[in-house]
Design a protein around this ligand. Structure first.
Ligand code: ATP
Ligand code: NCN
Length: 200
């Protein structure tokens, strides 16, 4: 299994994504998460295919991995094909594996606000939220939809104030926070459509 190494007690952010293609905001979110949450590393989990998305315009995994590795030059960001190796695109499966494999690491799941808005459609989403703290990277136009979504409402009691982001990784799940970050409208969809410049 090609997983990076997680030292004892290390704080590791997991940024799952299609990365079709990767862009600068993926790097900015990862770096903000390391700084604001006190993480040692962020692992990019490049999905074989988001279970909820059409895959018609999904570039081959090898191309997405190569583009991620070109873009993510920060040595604390590790680009992985862990889910393809595991033979699963389900986040619940991935995090169960990682928690078993690295019992002493402290993992934080990182995702954009668009994903919190649709989180209730993920397989075993309540279980995921109970497995590790979550950091949400706000996205323009998504905050209200995310907070009023079924998962946003169910998880509201477990939200930490933004100024407690630094202790998120030490919290017992469920716990989540909005990652303090500059809003960015960058998106892979817009890049694919030629309406935004590619980062790589
Ligand atoms: N501009 C952004 N601000 C905050 N989070 C983002 C942003 N772009 C991507 N993310 C988050 O990064 C993770 C990986 O994103 P993904 O690879 O799907 O890129 P994307 O730009 O959202 O792609 P698409 O437009 O195809 O949905 C997701 O959790 C997504 O919500
Ligand atoms: O496990 C699920 O049911 C599930 C449903 C939708 C999305 N995800 C994961 O969410 C992450 C973000 O996906 P994306 O396409 O928005 O970049 C990525 O790791 C996906 O595998 C996971």
């Amino acid at each position: 299994m090609r997983a990076p190494l997680a030292g004892q007690g290390q704080r590791i952010g997991l940024l799952g994504g299609s990365f079709n293609p990767p862009h600068g905001t993926h790097v900015a979110v990862s770096e903000a998460a390391m700084k604001r949450l006190g993480l040692d590393q962020v692992w990019w989990l490049v999905t074989p295919g988001n279970p909820l998305k059409e895959h018609g315009d999904l570039a081959p995994l090898s191309e997405r991995l190569a583009a991620c590795r070109t873009l993510a030059v920060n040595p604390r960001i590790h680009v992985t094909a862990l889910e393809a190796d595991l033979g699963s695109a389900l986040t619940a499966v991935t995090i169960a594996f990682l928690k078993r494999r690295f019992p002493r690491a402290r993992f934080v799941w990182i995702m954009g606000g668009d994903n919190l808005a649709g989180f209730h459609r993920w397989t075993a989403w309540r279980q995921i939220a109970g497995q590790m703290p979550i950091a949400i990277a706000d996205r323009p136009l998504w905050r209200l939809k995310a907070l009023s979504s079924p998962a946003g409402r169910a998880l509201a009691p477990y939200r930490l104030p933004d100024d407690r982001a630094g202790v998120l990784a030490d919290q017992r799940a469920p716990a989540w926070v909005y990652l303090p970050i500059r809003l960015s409208s960058e998106s892979s969809t817009e890049i694919r459509a030629g309406r935004q410049p590619p980062s790589v």
